[in-house]
Ligand binder design. Structure first.
Ligand SMILES: [Zn+2]
Length: 80
């Protein structure tokens, strides 16, 4: 007799938690345009996200290694 392999495995799919569980928000100055922007520390994912609404600057760092995960600054890539 075969062992039943197709068990009802609970879904491993985790939904992106939109709740601000462990997020620290710090007011910083935008390194690109100098205006006030916010730095979000998402402790759960060990990342730090700095985004500026004024100039679309974006920087995502790993808080553990300091490594840049994603960075975008208008003006840097747009060469005229
Ligand atoms: Zn800015």
């Amino acid at each position: 007799m075969k062992t039943k392999e197709l068990e009802t495995v609970p879904s491993q799919q985790k939904h992106e938690n939109k709740d601000f569980k462990t997020e620290i928000i710090q007011k910083v100055c935008c390194p690109n345009c100098g205006s006030k922007c916010e730095r979000h520390y998402i402790c759960e994912r060990q990342i730090c996200r700095t985004s500026c609404a004024n100039c679309d600057y974006l920087m995502i760092n790993c808080t553990r290694t300091g490594k840049v995960i994603e960075a975008y600054a208008p003006g840097i890539y747009a060469s005229k």
